[in-house]
Ligand binder design. Sequence first.
Ligand code: NDP
Length: 313
Amino acid sequence: MSDVKKTLILGSGPAGYTAAIYAARANLEPVMIAGQQPGGQLTITSEVENYPGFPKGIMGPEMMDQFREQAERFGTKVIYAVGTEVDLSKRPFTVTTDDDQVYQSQSLIISTGASALYLGLPNEKKLQGRGVSACATCDGFFFKGKVVYVVGGGDSACEEANFLTKFASKVYLVVRRDSLRASKIMQQRALDNPKIEVLWGQNVTDVFDVTQGKVTGVELTSTEGGHKKRVPADGLFLAIGHKPNTDLFRGRLTMDDKGYIVTKPGKAATNIEGVFAAGDCQDSYYRQAVTAAGSGCMAAIEVERWLEGQHAH
Ligand code: NDP
């Protein structure tokens, strides 16, 4: 039994690392499986301006480096692998990774986050990395002097559109309704930016690659009347929300209809005793780094108390 961990953390975003910091400081010797995107979604954002304690803002990747450093300082072991299978039907729980390792743990903290959604257009996947992107921070640099379209009306879309104006000559923000969902400050920044033009009541319904397998244009369809037009474009950026990374747990844990893990009200505990969930994989509402971090802290405290309760019996 010596190789059975006390707690295993799946995912390495703000929720996972905060859980790790707390669990490590509680002597739970946490092991973290970093997952598909080490550091999580903040590693593909630009500046984080709303995380308390950083009055001048901080770059997302730098912030996640600091989270990792803090977690490792207290003894968290970070493993750069991806969970491919879980057995939650008996304890200790088992997690298998893509490098064929099998981990056993008395408790699990699931903090696998969420991933960007795509529109589902026929050419979209084919042109990914060839002009189609869901990450302006990652790919914006390649669009110097180009014309790009950003789809979405939330904070992400406004942020991406603004960021892209550092490179692109023109940014069209394609919004399906007649208003933005983004916070007022983000809206204002986008609306005040002379390089951004908002196309209200439009959907991007196709993306073209007439030459050399890269984006050359998009099709816009009006939401009222369905009028279609093709326009030249060098890039298509999607910022239409996210999907929780919970496929691994489908049928094994209680989830809502969108795949978010359901936790007990006000708690990180799931329907399986000893399994806890934190961050965007269980939160479709707040989805902020700071709320994810807060729920990671909750998960670690709950694990600590739950393990104590187990040993008391
Ligand atoms: P949101 O869910 O807030 O917004 C998604 C946007 O995409 C909406 O405008 C939605 O339109 C639109 N959309 C969804 N599906 C489609 C579709 N198929 N075609 C066209 N448009 C579509 O997601 P975000 O990623 O923007 O934000 C997620 C969370 O992260 C929010 O809580 C946000 O506040 C936060 N955030 C904060 C930032 C910051 O403060 N710096 C930066 C980025 C995100 P509709 O409005 O019509 O539903």
